[in-house]
Design a binder for this molecule. Structure first.
Ligand code: HGY
Ligand code: MN
Ligand code: MN
Length: 397
């Protein structure tokens, strides 16, 4: 099996054109958007051209299937509202190239996948959450994006082409190559990361409902101001978390929707995302407890009503030992002394797949440690080295 580097790079750049933002190599390709659906059609054509069978499942995960039992390689091709060109796309196109090269060589049987909504427009990693069986399609159909669109509505666009959910038994394991999206490889000038574990994540929405009123006439002491409640919530949360977190723990309020969002109106309502990540399951639980306590206290102090959504998430997961060993051997052969074993602070479909089959992940460096931003990038030589290490490991396995 011989991978074709020029064909791999050409496909990677072709995928970037779907939803190209016009800012550097940035991409806007949210799950189920026009750009995402067009990219999936293009990918299905490339899959068919590679001699693999394209298969869409009911949530829009796209597979390129080799006959019989196969190794599955891939990632996702949707992006954040402002995304880079490599997050997800790299792993999908690397999977396509290796599956194509294997088909040309007459084996081994390798299939490719592009999961749908890894970036959590609706859930956390929606397509693989559902396929892994952790979440039912019926439950997920009720999830809404930040504009109130449900997954059921969004996936109407793909139900026409959808087949069944595939059996996990079809696959002997799952490999995902990804950009690191953090600073460690870039800072150390190492070129490959072999992932040991993926941290756990929890994600929810919180609403503080106060009283909308006139910003000139309402005395400060009579206000039930939703923004002030959020501001105080954040301050109190930092203070309480300090007793529980480690330097590796992270948490983010990344989406805030303030109503009615006008300068002369005391805000009556705020809805915001609350996300936290850590490698320790117990710590994730203690942080949730603190979030609930602080919400209650803020509701009392500010005269607002706190509503907390159900908590979504993925537990911390370990990568398969045998696959890690194959990656380490392949990395040492291709880049002697220039790789490391490391945990993943970002979430990946591999974390869901670890519950149903042996899984491994490979990282290449992110320039400046930047991702989930238009200027995310990686040196071309590192993209090609990653492809070669992934192909070597696939052969070893
Ligand atoms: O947020 C994450 O870690 C992933 O990119 N969805
Ligand atoms: Mn990703
Ligand atoms: Mn991402």
């Amino acid at each position: 099996m011989q991978v074709n580097e020029a064909r791999f790079l050409s496909d990677l750049h072709a995928l970037r054109q779907f939803g190209a933002s016009g800012v550097g190599k940035g991409v806007v390709r949210r799950a189920f958007s026009e750009a995402d659906l067009a990219a999936r059609e293009w990918l299905a054509d490339r899959i068919a051209g590679a001699g693999l069978a394209p298969h869409f499942d009911p949530v829009g995960n796209l597979f390129g299937l080799a006959p019989g039992k196969s190794l599955l390689i891939g990632s996702h091709s949707d992006t954040q509202p402002e995304g880079g060109w490599l997050d997800g796309a790299l792993g999908v196109i690397a999977g396509l190239e290796i599956a194509r090269a294997a088909a040309e060589a007459g084996g081994p049987p390798i299939s490719v996948v592009s999961f749908q909504d890894e970036e959590g427009r609706f859930g956390v990693t929606t397509g693989s959450d559902i396929w892994s069986g952790k979440l039912s399609l019926a439950e997920a159909d009720l999830f809404t994006d930040t504009d109130g669109v449900t997954l059921a509505e969004a996936r109407q666009t793909v139900t026409g082409q959808a087949g069944e959910f595939l059996s996990h038994d079809r696959f002997s394991g799952f490999l995902e190559m990804h950009i690191e999206q953090g600073p460690w490889l870039d800072q150390s000038s190492e070129r490959i990361g072999v992932v040991s574990d993926i941290v756990g994540i929890r994600d929810m929405r919180i609403t503080f409902e106060g009283r909308q009123n006139h910003a000139g006439t309402t005395p400060m002491h009579l206000r039930q101001d939703a923004f002030q409640a959020l501001s105080a919530f954040n301050t109190k949360l930092l203070d309480r978390f300090a007793n529980v977190v480690t330097p590796a723990t992270v948490w983010t309020i990344g989406h805030v929707s303030l109503h009615p969002n006008a300068s002369s109106v005391v805000p009556g309502r705020v809805t915001f995302s609350m996300q936290w990540r850590d490698a320790d399951l117990d710590r994730l639980g203690r942080m949730e407890q603190i979030i609930r306590e602080v919400s209650d206290e803020i509701a009392g102090d500010h005269g607002v009503k706190a509503e907390l959504s159900p908590v979504l998430g993925i537990d911390p997961s370990a990568m398969d030992d045998r696959i890690q060993a194959a990656f380490k051997q392949a990395a040492e052969e291709a880049a002697p002394g220039s790789w490391r074993s490391m945990p993943s602070g970002a979430l990946h479909d591999a974390a869901n797949m670890a519950a149903v089959m042996p899984v491994g992940m490979l990282f290449v460096p992110s320039i400046g440690g930047i991702s989930h931003a238009f200027d995310e990038d990686t040196d071309e030589s590192d993209l090609l080295l990653g492809l070669q290490v992934l192909a070597r490991a696939a052969r070893l396995l």
